[in-house]
Ligand binder design. Structure first.
Ligand code: NAP
Length: 358
């Protein structure tokens, strides 16, 4: 893309009611853009109320459109006149489904193909920003053993996930590969991907099913009181991820993939940061459970497999986020992200304080 998109051309955001997308929409509206926001059901007040609120007091304009990833052609109307398409919609669920292909892989891959085929039919589009994930960089923490410098960069790809092992990760890498394939088959539009690690920070919506929110609830509801697995993950603020989408969309020279990750933290470190702020008011984890115990009991307690435990628990993890800094992303301290998110869960009544013993 040689010029930034014209400021008066609308920007399409798919999956606009999601946790990350709502922040993207808010920033676009604040910058005065017209946003074409696709949701699965615009008549469902719960999915759109926060979008209608986000437009209040901004110079931007919001237009809602109905579109489903599995409904070929359903993005065409919303895309008319757009130079920039931000494709965020994809199921982000880690449990509660029977058929991983139908729940995750098909909507992610077929959905990406449907959105990009619509891009191919829409002559105004010049850039697509895709919300991918570090799940498309690696499958298991153990994969870092084969990375020469011992740190994941944008040149790494997840080659270890499948529909049977880490299906969410598989859905993301398969969708991103499909997007690059379709991009390379033409020359009118270019593709920039944002690859966030675990996204946290306050939500503008209470209706999202994003797995991000569930992870933090478990930190404070006592589920992990007796010990957390020694699991390290990258963590990043939702506002940085949203800003990165705008930088990727409006910086003509932006190209390729961008890891978005503030830092790496173990689950115990997340508990420690929250305890430093909230003291004993919540049953934050205080110790790590031995791997053998997690291997034995983990699969009985939640949707985690022994293969996942073997390949992730106890392994270090590191990301190189220098491409995101070069793009212009400024990372806030992760303590702020975690505390503001946790506080929101408290304010929304999703977490109760520990009862004092009589
Ligand atoms: P989210 O709140 O659950 O958002 C997912 C969005 O995808 C929702 O708006 C949902 O629409 C939409 N969607 C799902 N299936 C659809 C379908 N069949 N047709 C149309 N739309 C569909 O989760 P999120 O965390 O914001 O995730 C947004 C994107 O970021 C996803 O691509 C996810 O893989 C990626 N990501 C997330 C994280 C993270 O930690 N949160 C990290 C890396 C990457 P409805 O509102 O209609 O359900």
């Amino acid at each position: 893309m040689s010029q930034p998109p014209a400021s008066n051309s609308p920007v399409l955001v798919t999956g606009a009611s999601g946790y990350i997308a709502t922040w993207i929409v808010k920033y676009l509206l604040e910058a005065g853009h017209t946003v074409h926001a696709t949701v699965r059901d615009p008549s469902k007040a719960r999915s759109v109320a926060h979008l209608l609120k986000a437009v209040e007091g901004t110079p931007g304009t919001l237009k809602l459109f109905k579109a489903d990833l599995l409904d070929e052609g359903s993005f065409d109307e919303a895309m008319q006149g757009c130079e920039l398409v931000m494709h965020t919609a994809s199921p982000f669920v880690l449990d509660g489904f029977k058929d991983a292909h139908e729940a995750l892989v098909r909507p992610a891959v077929e959905g990406t193909r449907n959105v990009l085929n619509a891009v191919n039919r829409t002559p105004s589009v010049r850039r697509v920003v895709l919300t991918s994930s570090v799940a498309s960089i690696l499958g298991d923490n153990r994969d870092m053993e084969r990375v020469p410098a011992g740190i994941f960069t944008e040149s790494d790809w997840n080659t270890t996930s499948s529909v049977h092992h880490n299906p969410y990760q598989f859905s993301k890498v398969a969708a991103e590969r499909e997007a690059w394939k379709l991009c390379e088959a033409q020359s009118r539009w270019d593709l920039v991907t944002i690859n966030p690690s675990m996204v946290m920070g306050p939500a503008l919506t209470s209706s999202s099913q994003s797995a991000s929110i569930g992870t933090l609830i478990q930190m404070g509801d006592g589920t992990l009181r007796t010990g957390v697995p020694r699991l390290v993950m990258g963590v990043v603020d939702v506002r940085e991820v949203a800003r990165a989408h705008l930088l990727a969309g409006f910086t003509p020279e932006a190209t390729g993939r961008h890891i978005l990750s503030t830092c790496e933290l173990s689950m115990l470190e997340i508990g420690r940061i929250l305890r430093e702020h909230y003291g004993k008011a919540y049953p934050f984890p205080r110790m790590e459970a031995p791997k053998a115990l997690v291997w034995l009991f983990g699969p009985l307690l939640g949707p985690v497999t022994r293969k996942f435990i073997s390949r992730n628990i106890g392994y270090p993890l590191r990301f190189d986020h220098s491409r995101s800094i070069a793009l212009g992303v400024q990372y806030r301290p992760i303590e702020q992200t975690l505390v503001e998110h946790f506080q929101q869960l408290i304010d929304d009544g999703l977490l109760k304080r520990k009862k004092k013993r009589a």
